[in-house]
Structures are given as structure tokens and as C-alpha cells.
Design a protein around this ligand. Structure first.
Ligand SMILES: [Zn+2]
Length: 74
């Protein structure tokens, strides 16, 4: 079983960027109900590498970033 994806170049670039950055072109917004509070964060899935991002929209500015939830490196 392989839970971890290898991020494509666009996802690798977006990882850790401020949430004010727009999503890259292969990301699709996950449907309503995917997250508990859509005002606090949005979840996206990459069509290219299956990476799942959380775009943190609330909290301290330093925490408002693009987080890759299933990246291989950690
Ligand atoms: Zn990707």
C-alpha cells in the first residue's frame, strides 16, 4: 500500500507558499463538506500527482500556507 505521493513540480513549488498564492492549474477544489470549516481552510487535489493540499485561510499569518498533506518527504 502506497499512501504517499511523489509531488509533481507544480505541487513541490506550491508547498509551503503563502495561502495568498493562487492554486496551480492542475489543482481542483474538493467538494463542499470535505473540510469542517470551509472558511478556515480549503482542500485541493492535484490531477497530476494526486497530491492533497490544505490551503489554510485562518489563524496566525505564519500558519496561512499551502500544506501538502500526503507528500512523500517528511
Ligand atoms: Zn501535483
Amino acid at each position: 500500500m502506497d499512501l504517499w505521493i511523489q509531488p509533481c513540480a507544480r505541487c513541490a513549488d506550491l508547498y509551503g507558499m503563502p495561502a495568498t498564492e493562487p492554486p496551480h492549474q492542475d489543482l481542483t477544489l474538493n467538494g463542499a463538506g470535505a473540510v469542517k470549516d470551509a472558511r478556515a481552510e480549503e482542500h485541493y487535489t492535484c490531477l497530476r500527482c494526486r497530491g492533497v493540499f490544505a490551503r489554510i485561510l485562518a489563524g496566525p499569518p505564519t500558519r496561512r500556507i499551502w500544506m501538502l498533506l500526503n507528500a512523500g518527504q517528511h
